[in-house]
Design a protein around this ligand. Structure first.
Ligand code: BTN
Length: 275
C-alpha cells in the first residue's frame, strides 16, 4: 500500500513501551508489527506465536482485508479504524479468575471514556455507545508445548466511514468520530490508552486480583438488572433478569419464575426488554 500511514511504527512502539511500563508489566523483547493493511491481525499474531514470539507481542493495522469477528462472522475493517492483536500467555490460574476477553472489553470502554465517548460494555465483551457497536473483541486460544496461547484481537471504529460498512452492519454501528462530532483522537493515542488499561488489568489478574476488575466491568454494563434474552446457540435462547456477574465473569441470569438462576459462560445478548 502506498498511502502514508497515520500511525507509524515508532509511535506504536513507544505507545506500547509506555503502556507496559505504566502497567508494571515486564515482557522481554516483544515483537511489534505495524501494517497499513493486512488480512487479519489475529492471523498474523498467530503466525508470530508459532514462530516463538514472546508474550506482549502485538500486530497493529489500519485496515484488514479479511477481519474476523465472533461466531465466525466477518469483521468489516475499512481504513479509518484501529485493528490490533496482542499475543498473551495466561496460565491456568489466570484463566480460572476472569476471561481475558472481558479485560479487553473493559479496557476498550475505559479508553473510550477517557476520550469523551460514553461507551458501555455489553456482556461478554461488545463495546457500545447509545446502543450502537463501536468496538469488538475476539479472543482465540490454543495450546502449544509452553502452555496456553491467546490472541486477543481488538477492532475499534475510530474515524471509520460508516457508509463503507455493509448496510446491515452500518445500521448497528457507530464510530469515535461520529460520537465526537466528526473528530477523533489519533490512533496511537487510543492504542496507548488501551494498552495501559489492559496490561494494568492483566497484570492484576496475574498477581491474583480480580474483584476490583469485576466491579469496574459490572459498573459499565447497563444491562445488569434488566430483563434480557440471550442466544446460546442457533436453536437455544434463554430469558431472565441479568442480575450480575459471577466471580469468574459469567452472566448471572435469574429466571423470571423467581425459582432458578444460572450462570452463562458464553452467549449473545439479543434483546434487552423494557421492564
Ligand atoms: C466481534 O465480533 O465483535 C469481534 C470483532 C473483533 C475484530 C478484531 S479487529 C482485530 C482482530 N483481527 C481480526 O481479524 N479480528 C479482530
Amino acid at each position: 500500500m502506498t498511502e502514508a500511514l497515520p500511525l507509524d511504527e515508532a509511535k506504536a512502539r513507544s505507545a506500547h513501551e509506555a503502556a507496559l511500563a505504566s502497567a508494571r508489566f515486564p515482557v522481554s523483547d516483544p515483537q511489534i508489527e505495524v501494517h497499513a493493511s493486512i488480512g487479519s491481525t489475529n492471523d498474523r499474531a498467530k503466525e508470530l506465536a508459532a514462530a516463538g514470539a514472546p508474550e506482549g507481542s502485538m500486530v497493529v493495522s489500519l485496515a484488514q482485508e479479511s477481519g474476523r469477528g465472533r461466531r465466525g462472522r466477518a469483521w468489516s475493517s475499512p481504513s479509518g479504524g484501529l485493528y490490533f492483536s496482542l499475543l498473551l500467555r495466561p496460565d491456568d490460574a489466570m484463566l480460572r479468575r476472569l476471561p481475558v476477553t472481558l479485560l479487553g472489553g473493559l479496557a476498550a470502554v475505559q479508553t473510550l471514556e477517557e476520550h469523551d465517548v460514553p461507551a458501555t460494555l455489553k456482556w461478554p465483551n461488545d463495546v457500545h455507545v447509545n446502543g450502537r457497536k463501536v468496538a469488538g473483541i475476539l479472543g482465540e486460544m490454543d495450546r502449544d508445548e509452553v502452555g496456553h496461547r491467546l490472541v486477543l484481537g481488538v477492532g475499534i471504529n475510530v474515524a471509520t466511514d460508516l457508509s463503507a460498512l455493509p448496510p446491515e452492519v452500518a445500521e448497528l454501528a457507530t464510530s469515535v468520530a461520529a460520537v465526537r462530532g466528526g473528530e477523533a483522537p489519533p490512533p496511537e493515542v487510543l492504542l496507548e490508552s488501551f494498552l495501559a488499561h489492559f496490561f494494568g488489568h492483566y497484570g492484576a489478574i496475574r498477581r491474583g486480583g480480580g474483584a476490583t476488575i469485576l466491579a469496574m466491568a459490572s459498573a459499565r454494563m447497563p444491562l445488569l438488572g434488566q430483563p434480557i434474552t440471550v442466544r446460546l446457540s442457533p436453536e437455544k435462547r434463554v430469558s431472565g433478569i441479568a442480575s450480575g456477574l459471577s466471580a469468574t465473569g459469567g452472566l448471572v441470569l435469574e429466571h423470571e419464575d423467581g425459582q432458578r438462576r444460572e450462570v452463562l459462560l458464553a452467549g449473545e445478548v439479543e434483546e434487552v426488554r423494557a421492564k
